[in-house]
Design a protein around this ligand. Structure first.
Ligand SMILES: Nc1ncnc2c1ncn2[C@@H]1O[C@H](COP(=O)(O)OP(=O)(O)O)[C@@H](O)[C@H]1O
Ligand SMILES: [Mg+2]
Length: 337
């Protein structure tokens, strides 16, 4: 009952979308909402998001956060309750956009009597890819995902990791500029996950824009340039992984052993300093203070082995961002080893 009429949303889109931003952003949403259960469940709650061209973008959040709903709205599988969304600077209601998109659905299933190559041909035909192009692309894509040896094996023999890699190849069959990958590494073993990450990075090198939904934090940390953290339908934070994990000027300095007198002097001079076995953890106000510490160490004949900037993990940033939520919501939210 809250559905935005198509024409109206186009008009609103034209009015509100800034032209230069539309050029830069492959995905853009403004106050996008999707309610279920007669408005009682806010699966998406006023989501405003920008994803630039050529970027690997990770949408993180526990199960039920609204990640899949967002992707389905972007693909027009679901209609938004309100708000605006654009892909390649055009409203999502523009049917032609879908030619430029590849989609790996969450928990996808293909008929298991088909062989890998046949699955690709099937979806290629669905996507309107011409026969000659299919014949050229299918072996190329199977090679890209490391599945060329399995093209003639029935997919019922595939592992979960192989199914996901085949799914990536299928998503690429129309040579899309934007890939929407919903939980690409869920249920995949560590070796399989590494292989999928490598494929994603190769696709990035080909200039694709890649949007990944995941509840596996460290997976995303390893491949994404930028992430947004979603909780209960809302984006709680968006930024570069480096920014989100930055904790200011904190360092670990590895040194040769220090004499007790030198240790005592350091303790009295620097407030935020912890002397450990073989290294010093310190937080400083500015780089000048860090240099004073180094000077003092050198004056005390300490040999400096390394100065390592300290970061928190994305997992720690995640929990900082969603503070106030109950821990029960995150039983499914795991950082993989
Ligand atoms: N078709 C639907 N009808 C009713 N509720 C739905 C529907 N699809 C998703 N939901 C609900 O919306 C919320 C977000 O779901 P989803 O987008 O699948 O989350 P995620 O992908 O982050 O795990 C959940 O509470 C889910 O139960
Ligand atoms: Mg999901």
């Amino acid at each position: 009952m809250f559905y935005f009429p198509l024409q109206l949303s186009r008009l609103a889109f034209r009015k509100s979308m800034n032209k230069t931003e539309a050029k830069l952003n492959i995905i853009q949403t403004e106050n996008l909402s999707k309610y279920f259960n007669r408005g009682r469940l806010h699966a998406l709650d006023s989501v405003s998001l920008q994803v630039g061209a050529g970027m690997v973008f990770g949408l993180l959040g526990p199960n039920g956060a609204g990640k899949t709903t967002l992707v389905k709205v972007l693909l027009s599988i679901l209609h938004p309750t309100s708000g605006i969304a654009a892909l390649f600077g055009k409203p999502i209601s523009d049917y032609e956009l879908r030619r430029r998109i590849g989609y790996l659905p969450e928990n996808h299933r293909y008929p298991d009597f088909l062989k890998g190559g046949a699955v690709m041909d099937y979806f290629g035909r669905f996507a309107g890819v011409q026969k000659e192009q299919r014949q050229q692309r299918i072996p190329e894509l199977l090679k890209l995902v490391g599945m060329e040896k399995w093209a003639t094996t029935k997919i019922r023999k595939y592992s979960k990791g192989m199914m996901q890699r085949l799914g990536l190849a299928v998503a690429m069959i129309n040579d899309p500029d934007l890939l929407l990958l919903d939980e690409p590494t869920d249920g995949v073993d560590p070796i399989g996950r590494k292989e999928i990450r490598d494929v994603i990075l190769q696709l990035k090198q080909k200039g694709k824009t890649i949007f990944i939904n995941s509840h596996l934090l460290s997976e995303v940390e390893m491949v994404c340039d930028e992430v947004a953290i979603m909780n209960k339908g809302k984006i709680v934070v968006q930024g570069q992984v480096a920014q989100l994990t930055n904790i200011g000027l904190s360092y670990r300095i590895q040194t040769s052993p220090l004499a007790e007198s030198a240790r005592e002097k350091l303790r009295t001079t620097f407030a935020k300093l912890a002397l450990q076995n073989g290294h010093i953890d310190v937080s400083v106000q500015d780089h000048a203070e860090l240099n004073r510490l180094i000077d003092q160490l050198r004056q005390n004949q300490a040999e400096i082995h390394a100065i390592v900037p300290q970061r928190r993990t994305l997992e720690e940033s995640f929990f900082a961002a969603i503070q106030g939520a109950t821990s029960g919501d995150f039983n499914e939210m795991v950082a993989v080893e």
